[in-house]
Design a binder for this molecule. Sequence first.
Ligand SMILES: NCc1[nH]cc(CCC(=O)O)c1CC(=O)O
Length: 313
Amino acid sequence: MTAGPPSPDRPLRIGTRGSPLALAQAHETRDRLMAAHGLPEAAFEIVIVSVMGDRVQDRALSEIGGKGLFTKEIEDGLADGSLDIAVHSMKDMPTVLPDGLAITALLPREDVRDAFISHRHGGIAELPQGATVGSSSLRRRAQLLHRRPDLRVVEFRGNVQTRLRKLAEGVAEATFLACAGLRRLGMEHEIRSAIEPDEMLPAVAQGAIGIESRAGDGRVLGLLEPIHDRPTATRLAAERAFLAALDGSCRTPIGGLAVIEGQSLWFRGEIIRPDGSERHWTERRGALSDAAAMGTDAAAELRARGGAGFFDG
Ligand SMILES: NCc1[nH]cc(CCC(=O)O)c1CC(=O)O
């Protein structure tokens, strides 16, 4: 796009992954932009981009490694101008973005909690001794094993629908998904219980949708301004600073959550050994304007307490 508002002749091109959740998030973004600017649906074009993280289904994501497994191909489209904006789950976004790109808007955050999903049991405490639980998230595995070392955790990959099918097939007795994703998919009824953050601290940025665009594209920035949510931005500033200072790759079990209480920010963060054997937790309270510094400071404390090589075994 060059100038003027998006129109059916020159639609704003919205890049997204093709999973049902990604598409729901892209549609939510489009709907908010339509409402904010009084534009017709045809002024937007949703462009599905195939990314490595979706193509590889037979290996754990932590094994494939590398950053941006869910973002690279989409970011290439922003950089070469074939896309105008990209919609992402902020939970999946690396803390460092390619030169020239930035998160330029955040939608109001959804429920941050993890959901306990099971046909037979109501919550973690009800799981029988030695029960099998499916999860592909290193954080959820580590948090669960810390609390319940008796449980057997098996790899559970694939999108929300695939995981629910594995559960129905009896591959595991329970699994976990983000409440936010289930809500956005209209699948709230799958949530057996929502796990409070003091029981299972969510992933950094869980429940937040971010919009990425070219940092210097003033026209797109103007379009995004009315749909940007400042409280979400403040919370993510603390959480993502925490993650960045811990050098969080997908191999590191880390939880982090900031909430706004009146004029102050309450941040909680933790690091856990992948096998759940050791956990370090901390919290900070401070001014909203100190959000990023609080996250960085909390990370420095946990790094020192965990010691060198904490994440290795
Ligand atoms: N890593 C996959 C992913 N990325 C974002 C969500 C859920 C939606 C969100 O947290 O915003 C999920 C699935 C899940 O954890 O259940």
